[in-house]
Design a protein around this ligand. Structure first.
Ligand SMILES: [Zn+2]
Length: 253
């Protein structure tokens, strides 16, 4: 065995292996997504018992094996335990992890995605943010980080920067009043356009610092879902738990 390597990251998945071990994937700042074995992590009293679980964020010490890393120590800063307090919040948290697991690669620079994951889970735990808003912001920023975010500052057809009044998922962004006439585009409230532009231009650190009305939230959530479904094209298991009527935004009139 060589020198240990210490990486900062978050556990995305943890699968039991044998009676006492786990196989985990960790999204790290330094090396992108990695797979590791946490030997003895299921033994009572193991130092890795709490660390080798989804959402654990901190510093992890590994030895590099031939095909995988071996986790030896961990110093966890945040377990995100409050996510477990209700089912919907936990399910959304798992959806964010699954999204990152699907999108991120080994030996790739995934710092922005790690930051987004961390900030989004913090926002999810906070009572100040609507969960549907956190989900929409996460989805839109995650596809943007992956290089497929929507164009929200000019018309997809004529590049006009004024009177952007509709969003066309298939074309990947906004349409102006003239170009929206004969397109199957979804009309937008002005505040929804502002929110989309804020999400696209804001740094991850400042992402969760705005509030929206119910109407805007509903438009934003629908755009984020349709856009993600169209450009990511992956059936996320954790979404099946979330997507029932109890979890859609109700508009109070
Ligand atoms: Zn146009």
């Amino acid at each position: 065995m060589g020198q240990p390597v210490v990486l900062t990251g978050m556990v995305l998945t943890a699968m039991p292996v044998n009676d006492f071990d786990k196989r985990i994937t960790v999204l790290t700042k330094e090396r992108g997504k990695i797979t590791a074995f946490a030997r003895g992590a299921k033994r009572p009293g193991s130092q890795l018992l709490a660390a080798a679980n989804p959402f654990s964020f901190g510093e992890f010490e590994f030895y590099e094996g031939k095909s995988a890393y071996n986790l030896t120590k961990a110093s966890i800063h945040n377990y995100f335990r409050e996510l477990a307090e209700d089912m919907e919040t936990a399910a959304l948290g798992f959806y964010f992890l699954e999204f990152a697991e699907y999108q991120c690669q080994e030996n790739n620079d995934e710092k922005e995605m790690l930051k987004l994951l961390y900030q989004s889970l913090r926002a999810l735990e906070s009572p100040s943010y609507r969960k549907e808003l956190v989900r929409a912001v996460f989805e839109l920023k995650a596809v943007q980080i992956n290089g497929e975010g929507p164009q929200v500052f000019s018309c997809m057809n004529c590049r006009a920067k004024e009177s952007l009044i509709a969003f066309d998922v298939r074309r990947g962004g906004m349409l102006c009043a003239d170009c929206a006439k004969d397109a199957a585009a979804q009309p937008l409230l002005e505040s929804t356009r502002y929110a989309l532009q804020y999400i696209a231009s804001s740094s991850v650190e400042k992402l969760y610092s705005f509030a929206v009305s119910d109407e805007v939230l509903q438009e934003l959530a629908r755009i984020a879902r349709d856009y993600t479904a169209h450009y990511v094209r992956h059936a996320f298991k954790s979404l099946q738990i979330i997507e029932d009527d109890a979890f859609t935004v109700e508009i109070k009139k």
